[in-house]
Design a protein around this ligand. Structure first.
Ligand SMILES: CC(C)(COP(=O)(O)OP(=O)(O)OC[C@H]1O[C@@H](n2cnc3c(N)ncnc32)[C@H](O)[C@@H]1OP(=O)(O)O)[C@@H](O)C(=O)NCCC(=O)NCCS
Length: 326
């Protein structure tokens, strides 16, 4: 088995910033409520002429540059998203075309906020094998366009952004050591867009009721997330024969500072062992982990020898973690 790791890392967030105060123009909320309940202060909102594929392309360009590779060097492109450009065909194909990754396979995966963890695991199983030397994995989301801007319980929580990595063969004992993934489909309605699929094709009443938008049972997600996050970290570590004491840094899905604090407490780790940027970007769903990873690296928290666990949880319900030896 070849060792596969991250040889290039990129992230992109659109320039337009929206603060907690800005949300007060749209819904009955306050900076105090959002800050206390989530830790969020700002998020980025993509301009109306930008699609999920456009954010992805920017992150991919950075990852390619960081890896010192050209688009034509990519053999497989995997996109994690739950806010695709169109329901079909795949947004990965649109990204492939915009980037100019000729002669490569491309597909989307949807595991909502845990999509990145799943896509990285899938990518790491292809990379370095026959015909798939270099794999581009990207998480990209424009949640601002699938949220109901009248639902204060959800609209303030999310932001737009993208993150990408190039996976390729690395030195022995380095790279993606392993991953642990899990789903519980009995909770599929806890986070959902109720209409627009084949179960409930759109009709005019759905639009009046806002069923085309993101819906969430926040309490149920909270109860799930505070257990799922530490469980994923522990199970991924045990799969690769590592102990929690070996870990240098945990990069969790940036859903809520209180979920991260509760999870870190359950892992008996201090907050100095984690990295958060949700105060700047909110929850960027399938893009949050690679964006945080890029920033943690820029701040010198990830370097040669650092053992990182990335973990995410969300709609599906789906959750999981990757163990990465830099
Ligand atoms: C969403 C979350 C912050 C809400 O916190 P909570 O303590 O459960 O709050 P509740 O939903 O019980 O609401 C408490 C009150 O705040 C109100 N409220 C909800 N959103 C609000 C907002 N943006 N501003 C002000 N008040 C708000 C509610 O209407 C409710 O008011 P009421 O008591 O008069 O009915 C919390 O449940 C959470 O973090 N859940 C996980 C969500 C998540 O991370 N999802 C993504 C996973 S990938």
């Amino acid at each position: 088995m070849v060792s596969v790791g991250i040889i290039g890392l990129g992230a992109y967030v659109p320039p337009n910033e929206m603060s907690n105060e800005d949300w007060m123009e749209y819904v009955d909320t306050s900076d105090e409520w959002i800050t206390t309940k989530t830790g969020m202060k700002k998020r980025r909102i993509a301009s109306s002429d930008m699609c999920t594929s456009d954010l992805a392309v920017e992150a991919c360009k950075q990852a390619l540059e960081d890896a010192n590779l050209k688009p034509k060097d990519i053999d497989l492109l995997i996109l994690a998203t739950s806010s695709p450009d169109v329901p079909l065909s795949s947004t990965a194909g649109i990204i492939q075309d915009k980037l100019g990754c000729v002669e490569c396979a491309a597909f989307d995966i949807n595991a909502v906020c845990a999509g990145w963890i799943h896509a990285l695991d899938i990518g790491s199983r292809f990379a370095g094998t026959s015909g798939y030397q270099n794999v581009l994995v990207v998480g990209s989301e424009i949640y601002s366009r699938i949220l109901n801007w009248k639902d204060r319980a959800t609209c303030v929580l999310f932001g737009d952004g993208a993150g990408a990595v190039v996976l390729s063969e690395v030195g022995n004992g380095k790279g993606i050591l392993g991953s642990w993934l899990m789903s519980d489909g009995s909770g599929s309605s806890v986070i959902e867009i109720p209409a627009g699929g084949v179960r409930t094709p759109f009709n005019s009443e759905d639009f009046e009721e806002g069923k085309q938008y993101f819906h969430m049972d926040g309490r149920a997600v909270w109860d799930f997330a505070i257990e799922a996050f530490p469980q994923a970290v522990r199970n991924a570590l045990s799969k690769v024969g590592k102990d929690i004491s070996d870990v240098d840094l945990i990069i969790p899905h940036q859903a809520n500072i209180n979920i991260i604090k509760a999870g870190m407490e359950k892992l008996n780790l201090g907050m100095d062992k984690t990295f958060t940027n949700l105060h700047k970007y909110g929850n960027t769903a399938g893009a949050s982990v690679p964006i945080a990873m890029r920033e943690a690296m820029d701040e010198g928290l990830i370097k040669e020898g650092t053992l990182v666990v990335t973990a995410a949880f969300g709609g599906g319900l789906a959750w999981g973690a990757n163990v990465i030896q830099f």
